[in-house]
Ligand binder design. Sequence first.
Ligand code: ZN
Length: 81
Amino acid sequence: MVRCKTIIAHLSEYVDGEATPEMCHMIEKHLRGCHRCTAVYDSTRKMLVITGDERVFEIPSGYSARLHRFLDKAILEGSAS
Ligand SMILES: [Zn+2]
C-alpha cells in the first residue's frame, strides 16, 4: 500500500501532467481509495488552475499559506498511520 505522504509529495507533478505513467497509475489507484488524498488533490488542482491558466503567480492572499498548512497536516497524519 502506497503511503499518503508519497502520494502528496508527487501530487503537483501529477496535476501538472509531469508524473511518469507509473506514478499516475499509483496516484489514481490511491485516490480512489483515499478521501484525504482526494481532498488534497482537489485543493492542489484548484490552486494550479488559479495560478496556471493565466500564468499569474500572485495567488489570493492567504490561500497558499492555508494550503501549506493543510498539506502539512495531511502529511503528518499520513505518516502517523
Ligand atoms: Zn491517501
